[in-house]
Design a protein around this ligand. Structure first.
Ligand SMILES: [Ca+2]
Length: 110
């Protein structure tokens, strides 16, 4: 009875994966792109949308043309740290991030 249910969700997942894989920055809890991670698309995140992610981000993969701003406190407060390329070790900002903005620079260059 449940045999015919399997195909449809799989198709949806593959479509979604192919369209969004390059449009997200990935935030890791360990340096060297290791540990737990969360993918965030363009947007503003007043807190790190990942359980245990507050004050734990140590490295970030940034897609080409993206700009990521990390903030020391929630709601974009405190010190900030801008990165525009993948960063293996957040020198000076390790385990500090409490809120995040992800922007696509191609939008702002027009
Ligand atoms: Ca960490």
């Amino acid at each position: 009875m449940s045999d015919s249910v399997g195909e449809f969700p799989r198709m949806v997942a593959s479509v979604r994966g192919s369209s969004s894989s390059s449009g997200k920055a990935r935030f890791f809890t360990d340096s060297g792109f290791k540990g737990s991670f969360v993918d965030l698309s363009v947007g503003e995140y007043p807190s790190v949308p990942y359980e245990g992610g507050d004050d734990s981000i140590s490295s970030v993969k940034v897609p080409l043309g993206f700009k990521v701003t990390l903030y020391e406190h929630a709601d974009f407060g405190g010190a900030s740290h801008v990165i525009t390329a993948s960063t293996e070790m957040l020198d000076g900002f390790d385990n500090k991030t409490s809120s995040i903005k992800v922007e696509s620079r191609s939008i702002f260059s027009r």
